[in-house]
Design a protein around this ligand. Structure first.
Ligand code: ADP
Ligand code: MG
Ligand code: MG
Length: 251
């Protein structure tokens, strides 16, 4: 089943009207992992932000369907409740709110929107246990304030836990590898892999190939100047490593 269908998507920066996305085409089906790679400034983050409805950007052409619905008609909250999740390059700290309270609030808000009964604290704790072990997170992080004093790797892992709790259909992970050492990267990748099911999908964005050693994508796309200029399998990442982005665009 097709989860996300992007057709000739064009977007400008709202303030300056500068064109950033120049006609993106992408189809993501259930169970697939897609990686978008590209040089700095090629429009990767803009694409992910446009998908979640970031107000800095204006869509000026094309269409996006998510689970058969017009995504561009939905506000950011509806997109999120509809099953779209995006990780942030720098997750916010929330002083005075414990991680578990935050997760429970987010989870119950989602359940309410979906017409499901809210979890009591005890029910939520039960729901959380397998997810905690899937992402291999120490339960002591539940009682700490959201992201406060977390290391880079702990923040990323906490985001993967949020993703698990929200049971998103499509998770957009923008440079979850940035600033992580190899050990932390492996942990985060393991957490992501543990969440993959035949019915959810991941769109991961990365500048470097390293992440793809741990989360193996179904497809790799190369973005250049606001367009996907090439799509392939892992061999494309290998070619990239040999020839650089310049070699790929020349081909
Ligand atoms: P990437 O994530 O691939 O590094 P971005 O999507 O962040 O690239 O940026 C694409 C281009 O659009 C860059 O030239 C960037 O400077 C510009 N850009 C993106 N968002 C904004 C914004 N809010 N204001 C001004 N310029 C922006
Ligand atoms: Mg960048
Ligand atoms: Mg970026």
């Amino acid at each position: 089943t097709v989860l996300l269908e992007v057709k000739d998507l064009k977007a400008v920066i709202a303030e300056s009207k500068q064109m950033v996305l120049r006609g993106i085409n992408l189809t993501i089906r259930e169970g697939e992992v897609h990686a978008i790679m590209g040089k700095n400034g090629s429009g990767k983050s803009t694409f992910s932000k446009v998908l979640v409805g970031h107000p800095d950007y204006e869509v000026v052409g094309g269409s996006v369907e998510f689970k058969g619905q017009n995504l561009l008609d939905m506000d950011p909250e509806e997109r999120s409740h509809g099953g779209l999740f995006m990780s942030f390059q720098s997750p916010v700290e929330i002083p005075g709110v414990s991680n578990i309270d935050f997760l429970q609030m987010a989870c119950n808000a989602r359940r309410k929107k979906r017409g499901l009964p809210e979890f009591s604290p005890i029910e939520f704790f039960g729901f959380l246990q397998p997810k905690l072990s899937a992402v291999n997170m120490d339960p002591k992080f539940l009682n700490r304030n959201v992201n406060e004093g977390f290391s880079g790797g702990e923040k990323k892992r906490n985001e993967i836990l949020q993703l698990a709790v929200l049971e998103a259909d499509l998770a957009i992970l923008d440079e979850i590898d940035s600033g992580l050492d190899v050990d932390a990267l492996q942990d985060v990748a393991k957490a992501v892999n543990a969440l993959l099911t035949p019915s959810n999908s991941i769109l991961m964005i990365t500048h470097y190939r390293r992440l793809l050693d741990y989360i193996s994508p179904t497809y790799i796309h190369i973005m250049e100047d606001g367009k996907i200029v090439k799509t392939g399998d892992v061999s494309l990442a290998e070619q990239l490593e040999r020839e650089g982005y310049r070699g790929i665009s020349a081909a």
